[in-house]
Design a protein around this ligand. Structure first.
Ligand code: MLT
Length: 325
């Protein structure tokens, strides 16, 4: 009996040591952060800024991999069906986590019940932007032009279910022009190139990738769809100021991992994201691009999960109807 008790104690001690060892070891190799869009778009920009700092905290490189396709759902599927060991995570957003489930009936992932949230990385206000020589001078003229000339306007987006698609779908619904011609890209990075070169007329996009171009006047911004102007683009009016108060939508980006990722691994990733968002250099880079830095509560796994669900509940009725049209 004594022998058995000692044996058990030894086994327990070993297990505990093993657990502690496992906890202290992660990460032992580079971590892949999948960006489900092409390089140069908002998701890619935020992922690269945040991952660089997370790498320092984690002591291993967080490597961004762009896996574009199907409005971001290809890359997110790849990330969320990977082994739940913390070595594959994803930078998703309002589109991939809150909009895609209502636009892809056969989606292979479930952002509400089937993934592990790490945290919100940034709020990303939405801008209605157009090629610089597009005839309408302001938002009111834009609305009138689009309604009068639907055949002369091409809208760019990053695929069905992406943020640009979702936010422009809401806009087109409100303007009564749901069938406006739209062109899908592998991300709004490449779409922005075509907007700058004047091959498409307009798009709705997250401030992060368009702010610099708006400042440089290579494209123009009609309005920001938030309650307040952005400090990054103080001259751009809100949709309320510009005459379209009903068009308000907030986008965001955040990190998730496969469901079943061990708690100690999740905790390390959460801590690394938190440290990145508290870093003065990271904050400045994000703020300069118009990103809204999440509060401590908003960036927790639970805070982020609640945001995903809140926005999915809001978007599902509108988007389910839109994809049936
Ligand atoms: C989107 O429209 O979903 C994003 O702008 C895509 C991207 O990050 O390129």
């Amino acid at each position: 009996m004594k022998k058995l008790v000692y044996g058990l104690a030894a086994a327990l001690a070993l297990t505990a040591a093993g657990g502690a060892l496992a906890q202290s070891k992660y990460p032992e190799k580079p971590i892949t952060m999948i960006v489900p869009f092409a390089a140069g778009g908002p998701t890619d920009i935020i992922a690269r800024i945040v991952s660089e700092n997370m790498s320092k905290t984690l002591g291993q490189q967080v490597v961004v991999e762009n896996v574009a396709g199907a409005g971001g759902t290809t890359g997110i599927t790849r990330a969320l069906t990977a082994a739940p060991d913390g070595y594959t995570i994803a930078m998703g957003h309002l589109g991939t986590f809150s909009a895609a489930p209502s636009t892809y009936p056969n989606l292979k992932y479930d952002p509400i019940n089937g993934m592990q949230t790490i945290g919100l990385a940034g709020g990303t206000p939405i801008l209605i932007v157009a090629k610089k020589d597009f005839a309408p001078k302001d938002l009111k003229e834009f609305v009138a032009f689009v309604k009068a000339n639907p055949d002369k306007v091409n809208e760019a987006h990053a695929g069905v279910g992406s943020v640009s698609w979702t936010t422009c779908t809401l806009l087109k619904g409100q303007l009564g022009v749901p069938k406006l011609n739209s062109v899908a890209y592998r991300g709004t990075g490449p779409a922005l190139n075509d907007l700058v070169s004047g091959q498409i007329e307009f798009m709705c996009d997250q401030i992060v990738s368009v702010a610099e171009q708006v400042k440089a006047k290579t494209i123009k911004a009609y309005a920001i769809a938030s309650a307040e102007r952005s400090p990054a683009l103080p001259d751009v009016p809100t949709t309320k100021e510009a005459g379209l108060p009903e068009y308000q939508i907030e986008a965001w980006n955040g990190i998730a991992a496969p469901k079943g990722t061990p708690k100690d691994v999740v905790d390390k990733l959460v801590d690394a994201l938190d440290k990145a968002l508290n870093d003065e250099g990271v904050k400045k880079r994000l703020l300069d691009l118009g990103t809204v830095i999440p509060t401590a509560a908003e960036r927790t796994p639970d805070g982020f999960a609640a945001l995903i669900k809140r926005d999915a509940d809001k978007l599902t009725p509108v988007l389910s109807a839109a994809v049936k049209q």
